[in-house]
Design a protein around this ligand. Structure first.
Ligand code: ZN
Length: 82
């Protein structure tokens, strides 16, 4: 299944961007931050905190309800050392 968004470390947070954005293309995160997609796919900042605004927007798009007290682990995110 192709996802409409992917996660992108940017400005200290992991934000969601539209998955069709190509490297060096200018776009915006789901929470409205402008960004230029970096040319490298080898990101080193996967352990940055997830942007809460992007998380809500992503959940809304994916049809995942936002419940209080929900688990924070998601299977589509890379595992980070905790
Ligand atoms: Zn964001």
């Amino acid at each position: 299944m192709t996802r409409a968004f992917r996660w992108m470390p940017h400005d200290g947070r992991r934000h969601a961007i539209r998955s069709e954005l190509a490297p060096r293309e200018e776009g915006a995160t789901l929470c409205g931050l402008p960004l230029t997609v970096p040319p490298s796919q080898s990101y080193v900042n996967w352990c940055w905190p997830t942007c809460a605004d992007c998380d809500v927007a992503w959940r809304t798009h994916e049809g995942i309800a936002v419940f209080p007290g929900q688990r924070t682990d998601r299977p589509d995110q890379p595992a980070c050392a905790r």
